[in-house]
Each structure stands twice: as C-alpha cells, then as structure tokens.
Design a protein around this ligand. Structure first.
Ligand SMILES: Nc1ncnc2c1ncn2[C@@H]1O[C@H](COP(=O)(O)OP(=O)(O)OP(=O)(O)O)[C@@H](O)[C@H]1O
Ligand SMILES: [Mg+2]
Length: 378
C-alpha cells in the first residue's frame, strides 16, 4: 500500500493543484483539480478506493504505462480501466461500480461497507462462494483460501483490543462494576465512530476471567442466517457437537448457559432479532450470572428487553483526551509543533470528540505538516 504514494505527488507541493496520485484520482477531480479536492467529495474517494482495490488484486498500478494526467483522463473517458483478475465475481462487480465515470452512479461507502462485510463473511466462513478472491498472480499462492475450504464454517477469531485506549476510564470501570454485580444485559449506545466496539473489546478482554465462557458476534444485516450464527457461538464456546437445525442449536445454547457463566457480545445490532433469533433472550436472562453485551447506534433496538437492560450512552471524548488522541496519530509525540498549536486546537474541536475523526485527521495531517494544509483541512 505504501508504494501507492497517495498524497505524495511531488507536484502537489510545487504548484498546489493535484493532491494524491493522479492514477488513483477520480476523473472529475483530475478535471476540476484544486476546487474539487478541497471539496473532498465522497464519490471521488469511492473511485480511488476502486483503484486501490485493483492495485491490491492485480499488483499493478492503474494506468502504469502513462504518467501524463491528460492521457490518463482520455483513457478513463474512453472507458478504459485496469484489468482485474477474474477470481471473485461479486468483488469485481463492486469495484467496477465504484470506478464508473459518472460520480453519481457510484455506490455510497455505507453500501460498499455492507457489501464487503457480506463478502468477507461468506468468504471467511467458507460458505458457497464459487470463486473466492485471492491476491496476486497464482491461486496456489493463496494458501488461506485452501485453509478455509478445509474448515468450513470457521469464523474469524475475535481480535481483542490491542490499541491504546484514550480516556473512557470512568465508563470502563462502570461497565466492569456492572459485570461484577452480575448485570444481565448491557447496551452500549452511541453514534458511528464513537468507540462502542473499542469499548466492548476492551471490556471483554478485561472481564473475561469473571466468566466461564465468552463469544463475540458481529451482526451483519442480510449476511449470515441465525442458524449459522448459533453454530458459530457454540463453536466459540468450544462445544464439539454440531446441531442439525436452529431448534437444536437453541436447546444446546440453553443448556450451555445453564451450566456456564457466560458473556455474549453482540456487535453492531440493528434489530433485536439479530440477537433473539440466534440465542433466546429468556435463556440468557434465566441463566445464572451470564451477561449479554450489545453495541448499537440506536437504543430502540433492544428496548423490548425490558428492565434487565442497562443502557450506557457512549459520550464524546473530552477536549484534552481528544487532543492526546489526535497528536498520537499525528506524530506519536506529546505536543504539537508551536506553529500548529492554534489551528490544531481548532481541528480537534471540529472533530467533536469523535475518536474516529480524530484518528483519521491525525493520520491524514501527518503527511501534510504545513500550516497552510492544516488551515485548509478546517
Ligand atoms: N477511546 C479511544 N481511544 C483510542 N482510539 C479509539 C477510542 N475509541 C475509538 N477509537 C478508535 O476510533 C475508531 C472507531 O471506533 P469504533 O470502531 O470502536 O467505533 P464504533 O462506535 O464501534 O463505530 P460503529 O458504530 O461504526 O461501529 C477505531 O479505529 C478505534 O480504534
Ligand atoms: Mg462498531
């Protein structure tokens, strides 16, 4: 990825008009140059995303045989695009939609993420994807694929939070206390990027010793059926027997919950059935000391669970913590250079305590340490 040199076009610093690498830049941005790039339209990013995917899949820069922006534009307008290995129809279809000439005909990132989630899920669990993607030239090099074929229905392991977590001391100790008090259900609610997943993973790592067993389930809309998810949970509980249908899965989960104090984390819940269809709520609540943790952007999704649920609103980070997070991702040091302090504070304030924005802005501005770029980023 580092070889793509996005954001490092030497001409950008000289004449202030093209940012990023032209081969990865959307045609409308190449045409309108400075103006479009300062507007930062998402459609242009979608195009660049497709070009980066093509680089990863084919290992070649798009339009690698031309350097001139005019020639690149001509080719794009003639509907020429990089060649993609034909090994995953769904992924190729998505990439082709993303690099359409008309920005309005490109999918939105929300829908791209959802489709990638479904693809990832199908791919990782070894469901019936006839041509799962591989990277590079030869399928034989892609050992992972073979591995997944041999172990169908194996879900990705949970990557427990290794990143440093900023702030949240009170919130984390409140949740830990709730777990110690045998709370039945906790619901972490907050807007996208506020840190629900980060907190859920940190908590899981922190309290895991209080429980006999744990599971971590990512809820994917229209992605995986409830039987497959129930099987996945049983697998995470290390239950060797495989159920034949959803009823049997419910029975097995029920008896597991009776015998074991368990913590079940359901991530990104969009409706209650994503939990209730997989493992019956009453079985969780009836068990002795088990805890359900759900993360969601919308507290309404589990409001029918009644008083058993303790709702925890995840708030924005305070200004001091925000600044620390921003600086860490900007330069890894404690302070900003003097000339950037004032504008840095404004940028941090504009991020409204949202960790995702702070991380992205910090990392983005790492490549642009000039005061002018920072002012423009505001
Ligand atoms: N307290 C924190 N300290 C450092 N980084 C954080 C913190 N909270 C969140 N982040 C980072 O911010 C990004 C977004 O966080 P996270 O994925 O947890 O948000 P979310 O609320 O789950 O979002 P979504 O609703 O989209 O799932 C992640 O990269 C995470 O590492
Ligand atoms: Mg999340």
């Amino acid at each position: 990825m580092s070889k793509i040199e996005v954001g490092r076009n030497s001409k950008a610093t000289e004449n202030n008009y093209i940012y990023g690498s032209p081969k990865y830049t959307a045609p409308e941005a190449l045409k309108n140059r400075f103006q479009t790039m300062t507007m930062c339209p998402f459609e242009a990013h979608v195009y660049s995303f497709a070009m980066i995917c093509s680089k990863i899949l084919s290992k070649k820069d798009p339009f690698h045989d031309v350097c001139d922006i005019k020639r690149i534009l001509e080719r794009i307008e003639k509907d020429e695009r990089p060649k993609l290995p034909s090994n995953c129809d769904d992924l190729i279809k998505l990439i082709k939609e993303c690099w359409r000439l008309n920005p309005l005909h490109r999918p939105k990132f929300a829908s791209i993420c959802e489709r990638l989630d479904i693809l990832k899920c199908k791919f990782l669990v070894g469901m019936n994807v006839p041509n799962a993607p591989y990277f590079g030239v030869s399928k034989n090099n892609y050992y992972q694929n073979e591995e997944f074929l041999q172990t169908p229905k194996k879900f990705p392991m949970v990557d427990l939070c290794n990143e440093e977590i900023f702030g949240r001391i009170q919130c984390l100790s409140q949740i830990k206390q709730q777990c110690a008090n045998k709370v039945k259900a906790l619901c972490l609610v907050g807007m996208g990027g506020i840190g629900k997943t980060t907190i859920a993973k940190t908590i899981l790592a922190d309290v895991i010793d209080m429980y006999d067993a744990s599971c971590f389930v990512e809820c994917i809309e229209n992605g995986v059926d409830c039987f497959t998810t129930s099987c996945n949970i049983l697998e995470q509980f290390k239950v060797k027997l495989k159920p034949n249908d959803i009823k049997e899965a419910h029975r097995m989960l029920k008896s597991f919950l009776i015998e074991n104090k368990t913590i079940l984390v359901f991530e990104n819940v969009k409706n209650q059935s994503q939990i209730g269809d997989v493992v019956l709520m009453e079985d969780i609540f009836a068990s002795n000391g088990s805890t359900l943790v759900a993360t969601t952007r919308d507290s309404k999704v589990i409001e029918h669970c009644g008083e058993e649920v303790c709702i925890i609103n995840i708030e924005e980070l305070d200004e001091e913590t925000s600044m620390k997070l921003f600086i860490t991702h900007f330069c890894g040091q404690e302070n900003l250079p003097n000339e950037l302090v004032e504008v840095g504070e404004k940028i941090v304030r504009a991020c409204n305590g949202l960790p995702l924005s702070l991380k992205v802005m910090g990392a983005f501005l790492r490549e642009n340490k000039r005061l002018r770029c920072w002012k423009r980023a505001l």
